[in-house]
Design a protein around this ligand. Structure first.
Ligand SMILES: CC(C)(COP(=O)(O)OP(=O)(O)OC[C@H]1O[C@@H](n2cnc3c(N)ncnc32)[C@H](O)[C@@H]1OP(=O)(O)O)[C@@H](O)C(=O)NCCC(=O)NCCS
Length: 145
């Protein structure tokens, strides 16, 4: 298993995973912007030469925002998301980041467990933040020390 920055060559594989992972998937244009943005932090996780998962994050001053993370359905429950988020937290520490934030659908128990097991704590809620179906977002923050 290798973790490295995303490249434009990953786009077809990323979009295939994205479309089966979210009711409101990110567009190709959005991923292109992330990959072309030198300030963005993004990782691809390769397993046996195949893209199995990815994440995109952004930095504002000393805070980081985990914006999207997904793992291919047939590659889940193998620790890939945990490895991706751990890589992000390591990168955040290296950059002197104090807080990493993210939002998750209230019903997304898998993601909520993943985040709390990595030190994220629920800190708030955005009412009706998601569509298809309409659902609250729970806000999580990890404080890095
Ligand atoms: C959420 C997601 C990224 C997890 O990826 P993954 O590679 O399967 O996760 P991991 O194998 O690293 O699991 C880490 C921990 O998360 C929790 N977890 C992951 N999937 C779970 C599930 N289906 N049910 C319950 N807990 C789960 C567990 O605590 C797990 O630790 P464990 O396996 O030791 O019990 C993946 O299910 C996914 O891509 N879902 C669709 C997109 C999505 O919801 N992204 C998050 C948006 S905020």
């Amino acid at each position: 298993v290798t973790i490295r920055p995303l490249t434009l060559a990953d786009l077809p594989a990323v979009l295939a995973i994205e479309s089966v992972s979210f009711p409101q998937p990110w567009s190709e244009a959005l991923f292109r912007m992330e990959i072309n943005n030198p300030q963005a932090v993004h990782f691809a996780l390769e397993d046996g030469g195949r893209l199995a998962g990815y994440l995109c994050a952004g930095t504002v001053l000393d805070e980081m925002d985990l914006r999207v993370i997904a793992v291919a359905p047939d590659a889940r429950r193998q620790g890939h998301a945990r490895a991706l988020v751990a890589a992000l937290l390591a990168e955040a520490r290296k950059q002197g980041i104090g807080y990493v934030h993210l939002e998750v659908r209230e019903s997304n128990e898998a993601a909520k467990r993943l985040y709390t097991s990595l030190g994220f704590r629920p800190v708030g809620r955005r009412k009706g933040y998601y569509g298809e179906p309409t659902e609250d977002a729970v806000l999580y923050t990890a404080e890095l020390t």
